[in-house]
Design a protein around this ligand. Structure first.
Ligand code: MN
Length: 198
């Protein structure tokens, strides 16, 4: 199943040219992980990826997550990525899809918290199909409850990422500036990752 949903990802890339992982299957039954990568492609954005049934379900979040429940962040679904993409940091070459530097801006585990507000558990997969998931992130930078909700289905899906009101909510808090941001994996900035790849 994981192989199937990675077809788009694999078709879009030439693994002889890009340092990105081709993707290997994930172990079942573990605590699911999440990663937020800073990606300096044609436009700097954040990629939020949540482990769901063996792959990383992915959304491009142009402005990144906010800790302020009043701030709604646009989130555009992208193709499923392999689990090992969570450790990918480096530079995607010029002629490849998504060319530019990638940094692991935050990473950790998450919990599906649908039951907290709806009273019954629903799988992440079903939630994504229905257009609403709620989850608690346990990262180094990003913590607490979030909701991802689909507000438009055609011609292209548009979702919103919104902080839930909880003890981790902060008024006006947004991600650190591009210059100051460092990887939780290597401690490097995007510029340093670019230098290291030369
Ligand atoms: Mn991206």
């Amino acid at each position: 199943m994981a192989g199937n949903t990675l077809k788009t990802y694999q078709k879009m890339r030439d693994f002889k040219s890009t340092p990105e992982p081709r993707g290997s299957p994930a172990k079942a039954g573990r605590v699911p992980i999440f990663v937020i990568q800073q990606h300096d492609a044609s436009r700097l954005h954040y990629d939020l990826r949540l482990e769901v049934e063996g792959v990383l379900k992915s959304w491009a979040v142009p402005k990144g997550p906010s800790a302020d429940p009043k701030i709604k962040r646009l989130a555009i679904p992208t193709e499923d990525h392999p689990i090992d993409y969570a450790n990918f940091e480096g530079v995607i070459p010029e002629e490849q899809y998504g060319a530019g530097a990638v940094m692991v801006w935050d990473a950790g585990t998450y919990a599906n918290t649908k039951a907290e507000i709806h009273g019954h558990q629903m799988s992440m997969k079903t939630g994504i199909e229905r257009g609403e998931i709620t989850f608690r992130l346990n990262g180094k930078k990003v913590k607490g409850g979030y909701v991802l909700i689909r507000i438009k289905k055609v011609p292209e899906e548009i979702w919103l990422l919104i902080k839930r009101k909880d003890e981790e909510a902060r008024t006006g808090r947004t991600p650190s500036s591009r210059e100051k941001a460092r990887s939780v994996l290597s401690g490097l900035t995007l510029d340093e990752i670019r230098e290291a790849a030369k």
